[in-house]
Design a protein around this ligand. Structure first.
Ligand code: NCD
Length: 310
């Protein structure tokens, strides 16, 4: 892998290889007192975050550290970005300072691709940790890892993605990856939160949640991304939650085996009821845990070659 910028970079074989590596790393580390592999010793990984993050940043840092890489965290607010340095100059600086891989989160869609273009001569790898409303490929990988653990092979499985599709990079990356892995994806959202061009995603759009629930093997609830909303996309939080919130009544409409996912951060009481988020049907903390192993696998495939470490 040269970079990981988009879920579209992964064909079925590549995606399965990353997921299998994540699986094997997870099994290798399970029950170990010291969670440390020597695989990336001597490599330098920089996280460059221009947007808030808890789980993505921590899990990338943990992933790098568990593989013995040197991990350096740069946040826009405490770096020279605060003095007006451009993204290009920041990227070239990090590469010149020894970064083998830059993991970038940025509010502009396409930022990770630009970074990869600027670093083309340097050999520094780029991982997209979320670019605006565009893509978040490692989130899709950790969601797929979690679904594989809960459901087995994803071919022919039906996954519903519910809520703020318009502002969601998680949704776009998941539609690509889940379809690549052979699953069928159904999108459910109010008409005001459906992006233009969604017809090209290859997933049907529905506006009513309840009729879809009994047909799903998993349901992924999206956060309502208020920070990206300039205007009223629905009448009130209460009305949104009445129509699209996953509450206990709706949980009962899902088949017994169906899994509930949420990428976090959750707005409890808005898109998901607290009792549903905390129920054994929800795989939310499992998603976070798989995020570490999936990100280890991504770093491994980018920086260490193709052989799975023992
Ligand atoms: C998501 C993101 O940042 O796109 N969070 C995450 O990485 N787990 C989803 C969100 O912010 O709603």
């Amino acid at each position: 892998m040269r970079h990981l910028l988009s879920a579209e970079d992964l064909d079925r074989e590549n995606a399965t290889a990353v997921l299998d590596t994540a699986d094997s790393l997870k099994r290798t580390l399970l029950g170990r007192e010291v969670r440390k592999l020597p695989t990336l010793r001597g490599r330098t990984v920089v996280t460059l975050f221009y947007e808030n993050s808890t789980r993505t940043r921590v899990s990338f840092e943990t992933a790098g550290k568990w593989m013995s890489a040197d991990v350096i965290n740069v946040s826009a607010s405490s770096s020279s970005v605060g003095k007006g340095e451009s993204l290009r100059d920041t990227a070239l600086t990090l590469s010149a300072a020894g970064a083998d891989c830059v993991i970038v989160r940025h509010p502009a869609s396409g930022a990770a691709h630009r970074l990869a273009d600027w670093l083309v001569e340097t050999g520094t790898k780029v991982v997209n940790a979320g670019d605006g409303m565009h893509e978040h490929p490692t989130q899709a990988l950790l969601d797929a890892a979690t679904l594989r653990e809960r459901l087995g092979d994803l071919a022919g499985r039906r996954i519903g993605i519910v809520g703020d599709l318009l502002h969601s990079r998680v949704a776009r990356s998941n539609v690509h990856l889940l379809r690549t892995l052979g699953a069928e994806v159904v999108l459910i959202a109010p008409p005001t939160l459906v992006p233009c061009g969604v017809e090209q995603w290859g997933a049907p759009v529905h506006h009513e949640l309840d009729p879809q629930l009994p047909k799903l093997d998993a349901v992924m609830m999206l956060r309502v991304q208020a920070e990206r909303m300039h205007g009223a996309f629905f009448p009130s939080a209460r009305e949104y939650s009445v129509a699209y919130g996953l509450n206990e009544d709706r949980l009962r409409l899902l088949p017994e085996h169906a899994v509930v996912l949420h990428p976090g951060p959750m707005m409890r009481g808005m898109e998901i009821a607290p009792s549903v988020a905390d129920s054994p049907r929800a795989a939310i903390t499992q998603q976070v845990n798989n995020g570490v192993h999936v990100r280890m696998a991504v770093l491994y495939h980018l920086l260490a070659g193709e052989e799975v470490p023992a």
